[in-house]
Ligand binder design. Structure first.
Ligand code: FMN
Ligand code: SF4
Length: 492
């Protein structure tokens, strides 16, 4: 990798011991749990069953939804999709949170290769669940305590069903609309169109239930439609303005699912805070290198009325008042599964998926990525403390690399989180935490180093996968195309 990261951000791999890692955390002013000795076998915190609010989940490892941009044009899984789900099963995780984003209608697909849930894709989706369960049994010996959900989505502002942008927005966003080249008369979704999308979610949930999924995730994160509702302060009508209106979509979706699929559990993956969009600093751009990210904020945008979980007077700062209210609402409407994440991969990727190396449309990290990890962990800690009956899954652990198991173990033991979710790490090294549980040495060569190729590839029309570390992608034709794309990027 040739991208300079600057002298102030040491690579995690260069921190040789837990003690060095702790000292580095301290130098950053961070305080997250990190245990020296790893436990294995039945004593391991990771191996403890999660028994809460009527659930019995077999261990504390979760797999986050990870899309591969590799479905067929009609929304069915391909061989690569099957392989990825099989690897989710090999992880030994007992909580499979959603598999990957599956669109409830064609126009809401984030790319022409996103999975779709419809009559013609049922067999394909059933096949994904089947290979996952088989691989899981192979790894752990049994599927007892295995909980599998399907993530249902509409991509809203980031819809690209035919490849090019076809944004379906809920309100005019002064920064994002400009970035996306939307004119002031770009139509926003009408209340009637939204009612139709709500019905799509009902139908998709019923089909998921028939396919045997234990729960559906009504996706509310990462800038997609569900998430955009939460910041629709400036929208008029039934779905915008007041907190009640901004959460109407969620309430309507949940109400309908209860009636068409009784017994199906419902979870929500939520960007608890999204913060203002970032961009490469125009003052610090040098040819061939991405510039450091800076918040795109100007006095004219204050108070900031286009965010969720942000301080309107300073939208680079978190404000958990409304997210707390939302989690209270989860409890009121019987949602017991919450997967907490933050930010958006399109406008502030360093908040959402802390990485040392930016994707091709990103910027150099404006902070040590460990600050990003700690930010999400601390938010999850606060939420779990306030809502002890919710099952809370935490995100953004991958950047911890060697120290992921040490931090995961500490976070579980100190009650910061109920289940530790793996995102990118599962692409390069599915068994990363299972190896710890079974007392195997960590395979350092497989640890995700946050090179971001799994994001750069789809941004350039290629399937996502771990190109640097997984030979299935490393040796593919797409790897050569990706290399050429990156070389062109450096030249420009
Ligand atoms: C290639 C890629 C695909 C992703 N696909 C999804 C998705 O379909 N749904 C979702 O909620 N998050 C998705 N994410 C976000 C991850 O689930 C996770 O929140 C993020 O990578 C941070 O966790 P990590 O540090 O363990 O990687 C994706 C991330 C990457 C890198
Ligand atoms: S391409 Fe591989 S190493 Fe890079 S961020 Fe993705 S999973 Fe990690």
């Amino acid at each position: 990798m040739e991208i300079e990261t600057g002298p102030t951000i040491p690579r995690v791999a260069s921190l040789r011991t837990v003690q060095h890692f702790r000292e580095h955390l301290q130098s950053l002013g961070l305080s997250i749990p990190c245990e020296e000795e790893l436990e294995a076998g039945v004593a391991s915190s990771l191996a403890q069953p999660l028994v809460k609010s009527g659930f019995r989940i077999g261990n504390r490892i979760a797999i986050h939804p990870m899309e591969g941009w590799d479905g067929t044009a009609d929304g069915n899984p391909s061989e690569s999709t099957l392989r990825r789900w099989q690897r989710f099963g090999l992880s030994g995780a007992k909580l499979i949170w959603g598999g990957e984003a599956v669109a409830v209608r064609h126009e809401g697909r984030a790319n022409p290769n996103q999975l779709l849930i419809d009559g013609n894709t049922l067999k394909g989706l059933a096949g994904l669940r089947k290979v996952l369960i088989e691989a899981h049994r192979q790894t752990t010996g049994s599927d007892e305590g295995l909980l599998i959900g399907l993530q249902l989505t509409h991509s809203g502002r980031y819809s690209r069903p035919k490849g090019g942008p076809e944004p379906r927005t809920l309100y005019r966003h002064p920064i994002l609309d400009k970035r996306m080249g939307l004119t002031p008369d770009h139509p926003v979704l009408t209340d009637g169109e939204i009612d139709g999308i709500v019905e799509d979610f009902h139908r998709a949930a019923r089909l998921s239930h028939e396919l045997g999924f234990d729960f559906v995730d009504v996706k509310h994160c990462h800038g997609y439609l569900g998430h955009e509702f939460l910041s629709a302060h400036t929208r008029e009508g039934r779905y915008g303005g007041s907190f009640e209106n901004r959460t109407r979509f969620l309430r309507e979706v949940v109400r309908g699912i209860r009636s068409v699929a009784p017994g199906l559990e419902i979870g929500v993956r939520l960007s608890v805070f999204d913060l203002v969009p970032y961009r490469p600093d125009p003052k610090r751009s040098t040819p061939g290198k991405p510039a450091t990210g800076v918040p795109e904020i100007d006095r004219q945008y204050l108070p900031y009325r286009w965010g969720f979980g942000v301080n309107p007077q300073d939208p680079t700062q978190i404000d958990l008042t409304e997210p707390m209210r939302l989690l209270s609402l989860f409890e009121e409407i019987g949602i017991r599964l919450a997967n907490l994440t933050a930010g958006c991969p399109y406008y502030n990727p360093h908040i959402q998926r802390p990485a040392l190396f930016p994707p091709s449309d990103g910027y150099r990290p404006p902070e040590d990525p460990l600050v990003g990890v700690a930010r999400q962990m601390e938010m999850v800690r606060q939420m779990k403390q306030r809502f002890p009956n919710l099952i809370v899954v935490g995100s953004a652990y991958t950047y911890l690399q060697e120290f992921l198991p040490h931090v995961a173990q500490g976070a579980l033991r100190q009650g910061w989180v109920d289940s530790v979710g793996l995102g990118r790490m599962v692409l390069s090294y599915p068994e990363a935490l299972w190896d710890v549980v079974t007392g195997q040495p960590i395979k350092h060569k497989l640890l995700c180093r946050t090179f971001s190729d799994c994001t750069t590839a789809p941004r350039n029309g290629l399937p996502s996968g771990c190109y640097p570390l997984d030979s299935y992608y490393k040796l593919s034709d797409a790897a050569r195309v990706l290399e050429a794309v990156k070389a062109r990027g450096r030249e420009n």
